[in-house]
Design a protein around this ligand. Structure first.
Ligand SMILES: Cc1cc2nc3c(=O)[nH]c(=O)nc-3n(C[C@H](O)[C@H](O)[C@H](O)COP(=O)(O)OP(=O)(O)OC[C@H]3O[C@@H](n4cnc5c(N)ncnc54)[C@H](O)[C@@H]3O)c2cc1C
Length: 391
């Protein structure tokens, strides 16, 4: 049975996260306009005082530890303010979720306090993660891994302290040879080469990173160095998606929730009411649309919570995490677009954050696997097909 009961300490943290979100909203437009600019020291101080994204400190999300659900609940609320400033100040990136999911206790102690980005994508591929060309070779004399390759579109690649890098131990052995490695940014041979200019999430940096004979200790590999065929489900390096996808989905939920709340408030000011006890035939188009958006947001949220709860119970959740991300990515993108439309000129104007939410939320349907890729993962599992049978 699925139990979504919320612990008192999480409820308290959620209330606090709403205050954080209110503050984030007040500075969100500035950092959308000033892409790549660092937060001012007094803003960082205020955000730290507000204990930004407290759940992220409260919860070390990982299989069986009970923290994933509270972490994604808190992420949703914080992202109502701004999805990316939250991450930078909390020092919590997708690499942290991956470490929480698959690292050993010793590795969690070594890397848990670092702000970690996630670097999978390369110039040669995005969706097809089996095409990883970055290499990791073991130097038997020093017992170090030597990494070579280029990673692009690394969210928080500039601001992070370490990057979880996907690299292959032997390209000829395909997917089982792909492993993830924690690379601290201070390591010689790890160089930031480019910053992207983007449509949305402009408060975050998105970087290219080149690894040239970059040496890291043997123990920086996440999981086993053994190359063996996985048996079904998301095994090996792909298992990190089971933890990162609910996080990405929770960001979308937060942005869409902010858009719905704002739009409803403005429509109520204009005289609309939103009754929940009337038949559909008696609702006007605007009322019906609002209820439809709310129902879709709730449906997405329940799927995401389900995937997080399963991770907390150490159950395999790869199907559910893809379902949640697919639904949240598409529903939240549509919600933000519809809110802009319902708000009329106010929605399109930069006076409010509605147009920014529409731009920001789109990424949640792209990174950590696009909507189409999530549907592919879901279809394969539901229909019992493998990668060769359904691609
Ligand atoms: C702002 C931003 C931040 C990012 N952050 C990160 C990050 O932190 N770390 C990281 O590793 N990557 C990151 N990425 C990269 C992102 O994960 C990839 O862009 C994404 O995986 C898609 O890959 P692609 O762009 O190469 O598209 P492609 O793989 O070339 O796909 C193009 C289109 O074809 C569709 N498609 C592909 N294959 C199939 C299929 N088999 N069936 C149906 N449709 C298909 C896709 O859904 C997509 O619509 C980021 C990207 C952006 C834009």
């Amino acid at each position: 049975m699925i139990d979504f009961s919320i612990a008192p300490k999480t409820l308290k943290a959620i209330r606090q996260a709403h205050k954080t979100a209110d503050y984030l909203k007040s500075i969100a437009r500035y950092y959308d306009d000033h892409e790549h600019e660092e937060l001012k020291p007094d803003e960082v101080k205020t955000l730290k005082e507000l204990t930004v994204a407290p759940g992220l400190a409260l919860a070390e999300p990982g299989p069986g530890d009970g923290g994933m659900l509270s972490s994604i609940m808190l992420s949703e609320v914080s992202c109502m303010g701004d999805p990316m400033i939250t991450q930078s100040v909390a020092g919590f990136g997708l690499g942290n979720a991956a470490i929480g999911a698959v690292a050993t206790p010793e590795q969690k102690a070594r890397f848990g306090h670092l702000f970690c980005a996630m670097a999978i994508t390369e110039p040669g591929f995005g969706s097809d993660t089996s095409a990883v060309a970055t290499t990791a070779k073991l130097d038997p004399d020093t017992n170090e891994w030597i990494l070579n390759g280029e990673k692009i579109f690394v969210t928080s690649g500039k601001r992070c302290e370490a990057v979880v890098v996907w690299a292959t131990l032997d390209k000829s052995k395909g997917r089982p040879a792909i492993k993830s490695f924690v690379v601290e940014k201070t390591r010689p041979g790890c160089t930031l080469t480019k910053l992207e200019h983007k449509l949305g999430i402009r408060a975050s940096d998105t970087a290219s990173i080149v690894l040239e004979d970059c040496r890291i200790p043997f123990d920086n590999i996440l999981g086993s160095p053994e190359i063996k065929e996985a048996k079904g489900g998301q095994a090996g390096v792909l298992a990190t998606f089971d933890a990162t996808r609910p996080h990405v989905a929770s960001q979308a939920l937060g942005v869409a929730r902010a858009a719905i709340e704002f739009t409803k408030e403005k429509l109520e000011e204009a005289g609309y009411t939103f009754p929940y006890d009337k038949g559909i035939h008696s609702l006007n188009a605007v009322q019906k649309e609002m209820l439809d958006m709310e129902a879709n947001l709730e449906a997405a949220r329940l799927l995401v919570w389900q995937s997080a709860t399963m991770l907390d119970k150490a159950l395999r959740n790869s199907l559910e995490s893809s379902m949640g991300k697919a639904k949240a990515g598409s529903a939240c993108s549509r919600i933000c677009q519809r809110c802009v439309a319902l708000l009329g000129p106010l929605g399109y104007s930069r006076e409010t954050l509605a147009e920014k939410w529409m731009r920001d939320v789109k990424i949640n349907d792209i990174f950590e696997g696009t909507g189409q890729i999530q549907m592919l993962v879901v279809c394969r599992q539901v229909l019992g097909f493998n990668r060769t049978q359904l691609k």
